[in-house]
Design a protein around this ligand. Structure first.
Ligand SMILES: Nc1ncnc2c1ncn2[C@@H]1O[C@H](COP(=O)(O)OP(=O)(O)OP(=O)(O)O)[C@@H](O)[C@H]1O
Ligand SMILES: [Mg+2]
Length: 327
């Protein structure tokens, strides 16, 4: 049995002739049935909604998932919040968001929706992609990562219609829709001969994001928040900044990694963090995996402290700060 508030919204909007509200309610209902694994009912409902005559609607019709094949790839997320090193404010904001989705029925009974448009900003290897995956895991929905190379067509007008296909396919299921390296799309605005066309694509993208129901959690990640224009910022309800790795954060990461894998370094986490001063969290994890690999191969003879020391020397070369490409 579908939820009473959705049924009520469906009938009220249908009776009142409010096309947009009707679609929202129908899509939420379909998403709900999809989430309950009632796939047959969900696709019957989606078919019925697609066939509906829809004069003058600005909302694109639903398209079948197979038409959208290739525009995104879907993964079953597994990363958990506990594995991530995050500043307190970011962790709190993320926990709040997750709670809003877990308890959306309560919110909806008060006529309010959970937030679902999030911008993640931060340097390479600070955990943006991982945080998006984590949010999907914690809300228990699939992670759909948009593939720009498939989305951006080589012919004028093609991209806009692919965007329509993408959005109408995803809106009927609860998911995290992930735009990684979002500046790649937004930045192109100034870079091309077809500036006018790209501008139209970006505005159409933003309009589509606006119209998504709250069960589609849009997460956009970027290394270059300053390149995104105001229109993007304005739309995002939650903006989280993931900082460069800190010393305390590195110590925390090394400890939790050790606890998870059972691998010991034979040296204090503090001294490792001090010697790998310039690495990102992603690189630090690579280092830890190097240690694990070496320990496994050395077998019983492995001396953790000697292995760590040797790899720290190797990493000392890599660990020099990269030339700052961003100026
Ligand atoms: N804050 C963090 N806490 C724990 N692990 C992290 C953190 N940041 C990165 N990592 C580890 O590093 C790996 C790569 O991180 P991730 O891909 O999320 O970084 P990113 O910010 O998306 O980088 P890029 O900008 O290059 O896409 C992850 O698999 C994760 O295990
Ligand atoms: Mg990433």
């Amino acid at each position: 049995m579908a939820r009473s508030d959705l049924l009520l919204a469906l009938v009220q909007s249908g009776a009142g002739g409010d096309e947009l509200a009707f679609r929202r309610a129908a899509e939420a209902l379909i998403a709900e049935e999809n989430a309950k694994k009632h796939g047959i009912l969900a696709s019957q409902l989606a078919d019925a909604l697609t066939r509906r005559k829809n004069p003058g609607s600005s909302v694109s019709p639903l398209s079948r998932p197979q038409e959208s094949a290739g525009l995104y790839y879907e993964t079953e997320p597994t990363r958990r919040m506990t594995e991530l090193v995050l500043p307190t404010a970011v962790r709190q904001a993320t926990t709040d968001l997750i709670e809003e989705h877990h308890r959306r029925d309560l919110l909806r009974s008060h006529g309010i929706e959970p937030r679902h448009r999030i911008l993640l900003e931060g340097p390479p290897g600070s955990g943006k992609t991982t945080l998006a995956e984590t949010i999907a895991t914690e809300i228990a929905v699939p992670l759909l990562t948009v593939r720009y190379e498939a989305l951006i067509g080589s012919f004028l007008g093609e991209t806009a219609s692919r965007l329509d296909v993408l959005f109408s396919a995803v809106r009927i299921r609860p998911c995290v829709l992930f735009f990684d390296e979002f500046d790649a799309v937004a930045k192109e605005r100034g870079d091309t001969h077809e500036t006018g066309e790209i501008k139209r694509v970006v505005s159409s993208l933003l309009v589509q994001i606006d119209r998504l129901p709250s069960h589609v959690i849009v997460i956009a990640a970027t290394n270059h928040a300053e390149l995104l224009d105001r229109a993007v910022w304005r739309r995002m309800q939650i903006r989280l900044s993931l900082p460069k790795a800190t010393r305390a954060g590195k110590i925390e990461l090394l400890r939790s990694w050790s606890a998870r894998t059972g691998v010991t370094f034979g040296k204090s986490e503090r001294s490792i963090a001090d010697r790998l001063r310039h690495v990102s969290y992603a690189e630090l994890e690579d280092f830890a995996e190097d240690v694990q690999r070496r320990q496994i191969l050395d077998g019983f003879d492995a001396d953790p402290s000697a292995v760590t020391e040797r790899l720290l020397k190797v990493w000392a070369n890599r660990a020099k700060p990269m030339p700052d490409l961003d100026g």
